[in-house]
Design a protein around this ligand. Structure first.
Ligand SMILES: NC(=O)c1ccc[n+]([C@@H]2O[C@H](COP(=O)([O-])OP(=O)(O)OC[C@H]3O[C@@H](n4cnc5c(N)ncnc54)[C@H](O)[C@@H]3O)[C@@H](O)[C@H]2O)c1
Ligand SMILES: [Zn+2]
Ligand SMILES: [Zn+2]
Length: 395
């Protein structure tokens, strides 16, 4: 089959690789019809490159049609239409029973000291071949795949794989009080949906980004936007909008590659020049993230407010403003989305009325062969690209 494979920092290619096959009785094989390109893929493409193997297949937002199932996958049959969550979880361990699906004890990567395996996501998370491919082997298929009805286009359901549960969890974790306000940093796919969900649930939403078409998309969905490329001091601007107090909650939907953190950017670039084995070790002990968005969230949220992190961070030596976090009595919650935890809340909203506007989300639909170019375009935020769906059936 054809698949998007990793060959080094900013070097992904579409290669011919062996077809996946059933290896465990709990596996299924899915023919991928659509698969998303995610901001997390951009971290792999650049900063997290030392953790990825040459030839690893990327991608963790797939949906498609079941081709084959193992002997212990009673709920699925060939022909079923499914979305595959990016967490690989068993559904029956101690963590899964408590709905901490991203911490599944069956697929946890204990040798790496990390949580549940994820599709297409580095050696830290199991090095499981990902979904930007024509076919995908789905481990723990007795639990993972979400069956969806025939009829509507893929993009009605595809965002259940990652974007919508991640954004939903971001909003839950933000604990916005009844009638309260939230600031969302970053208007990539995660920030867009977090903003829409918070608004749908009745909050006042103010969002911050500097990319014109991302800001325009948010405004189209009734979000107040502060354009950080034109406003001198974002924090003051938003305080002015909130009686000088700041918002009740803040969501960081940016992560480790935030703009405006020059020292950490330099450290990340230095790591990029080292051989992978050394760089990976160094990042696990002395790695630094670019914390610009997180600092802004801490600074801006009102006293006693809640900060919710969806943006992914990976450094172990980040200097955090602990004094300020403590003094302001801020609550921080973070982590990979526990996808299945939120699916029952989200699925009923994926109707023709489309309250979350999933039909106005994807900006690009491309064949697999164009995926390497799309990574470069997405990283540079060119061509109005916000959310890209790779659709192998397009050729
Ligand atoms: N927790 C999870 O389960 C989970 C799941 C999916 C994605 N993520 C993470 O969420 C983050 C966002 O993903 P995405 O797909 O939306 O990515 P993206 O890269 O498309 O979006 C990030 C946005 O942040 C903006 N930005 C950069 N620095 C900023 C700053 N200082 N202030 C305000 N905005 C700033 C950028 O202009 C960009 O629009 C990434 O870190 C990704 O890895 C987490
Ligand atoms: Zn993703
Ligand atoms: Zn489990």
């Amino acid at each position: 089959m054809r698949a998007l494979t990793f060959h080094g920092r900013r070097d992904v290619r579409v290669d011919t690789v062996p077809d996946p096959r059933i290896e465990e009785p709990t596996d299924a094989i899915v023919r991928v019809t659509s698969t998303g390109l995610c901001g997390s893929d951009l971290h792999l493409y650049e900063v997290l490159a030392p953790y990825i193997g040459e030839g690893d297949i990327l991608g963790h937002e797939p949906m498609g049609v079941v081709e084959e199932v193992g002997a212990e996958v009673p709920g699925l049959a060939p022909g079923d239409r499914v979305v595959v969550p990016f967490n690989i979880s068993c559904g029956h361990c101690w963590m899964c029973e408590r709905q901490w699906f991203s911490q599944c004890e069956t697929t946890q990567n204990r040798d790496q000291g990390m949580g549940a395996s994820l599709f297409g996501f580095t050696k830290l998370y199991g090095q499981v071949p990902g979904g930007q491919a024509e076919y995908l082997r789905v481990p723990q298929a007795q639990f993972g795949p979400i069956k969806v009805p025939e009829g509507p286009a893929d993009e009605r359901f595809l965002y259940l794989s990652d974007v919508l549960p991640t954004a939903w969890q971001a909003v839950e974790y933000a604990r916005i009080p009844e009638g309260g306000s939230v600031v969302v940093f970053g208007l990539g796919p995660i920030g867009q949906m977090a903003a829409r969900i918070a608004r749908y649930r009745g909050a006042r939403v103010i969002a911050v980004d500097s990319v014109p078409e991302r800001n325009a998309m948010a405004r189209r969905h009734g979000i107040e936007v502060v354009d950080s490329s034109t406003v001198d001091d974002v924090t003051t601007a938003i305080r002015d909008l909130t009686d000088g107090r700041g918002t009740d909650s803040a969501i960081d939907a940016v992560g480790m590659e935030a703009h405006g953190s020059p020292a950490a950017k330099f450290a990340q670039q230095v790591t990029g020049l080292l051989p992978d084995a050394i760089a990976a070790k160094l990042m696990q002990t002395a790695g630094v993230d670019r914390l610009g968005a997180l600092y802004s969230a801490i600074d801006l949220v009102r006293r006693g407010g809640t900060v919710s992190l969806s943006g992914v961070y990976g450094g172990m030596a980040d200097p955090m403003p602990m004094l300020q976090i403590f003094d302001k009595q801020i609550q921080l919650r973070m982590g990979q989305a526990n996808v299945h935890r939120w699916v029952p809340d989200i699925l009923p909203l994926l109707t023709d009325a489309d309250p979350l506007g999933v039909d106005d989300f994807a900006t690009h639909r491309i064949p697999l062969a164009d995926a390497p170019e799309a990574y470069a375009t997405f990283q540079k935020k060119q061509d109005g690209m916000i959310k890209t769906l790779i659709q192998p059936k397009l050729g």
